[in-house]
Write a protein that binds this ligand. Structure first.
Ligand SMILES: [Zn+2]
Length: 138
């Protein structure tokens, strides 16, 4: 447990220079997301109900819903970030989970938690996208 800023676990483990920078970014990102999640105020405003303004109640329920949605997005991001960090440490990083080609470094720098190379990602997005409306010109 040496936290003196010295990299202590690099015993012959070849980590590409680029991945080191990406890993540092991911760690920073994880800190930021964690901070954001713990910053969210806990459920609040339940004593406002006594004021009996139905509009207020409705809008605070809505706020809570939005907070919840934001939180689950943050959690998704956190999961993706942690997953990427783990993959770097397992030496399993930067490989497309679909075609197993290396993912372009530029792409990894832009989206460090990317799991697919650009062409696989695009292919999946095309498949997911609602089919283009085809106009029958008969
Ligand atoms: Zn691929």
């Amino acid at each position: 447990m040496s936290a003196d800023g010295k990299p202590s676990r690099e015993d012959g483990h070849l980590m590409r220079e680029e991945f080191k920078a990406i890993r540092a970014n991911l760690l920073k990102r994880r800190q930021a997301v964690l901070a954001k999640i713990s910053e969210e105020p806990p459920l609040q405003g339940s004593d406002d109900i006594t004021r009996g303004d139905s509009l207020d109640i409705a809008s605070s329920a809505r706020d809570r819903e939005i907070t919840f949605m934001l939180k689950s997005r943050d959690l998704d991001e956190l999961r993706a970030v942690e997953d990427a960090i783990e993959r770097i440490e397992r030496d399993d990083y930067g490989i497309c989970a679909s075609c197993e080609d290396p993912i372009e470094i530029k792409r990894l720098e832009a989206i460090p938690w990317a799991r697919f190379c650009r062409s696989c990602q695009e292919e999946m997005e095309n498949r997911k996208a609602p089919g283009r409306l085809h106009f029958d010109v008969s």
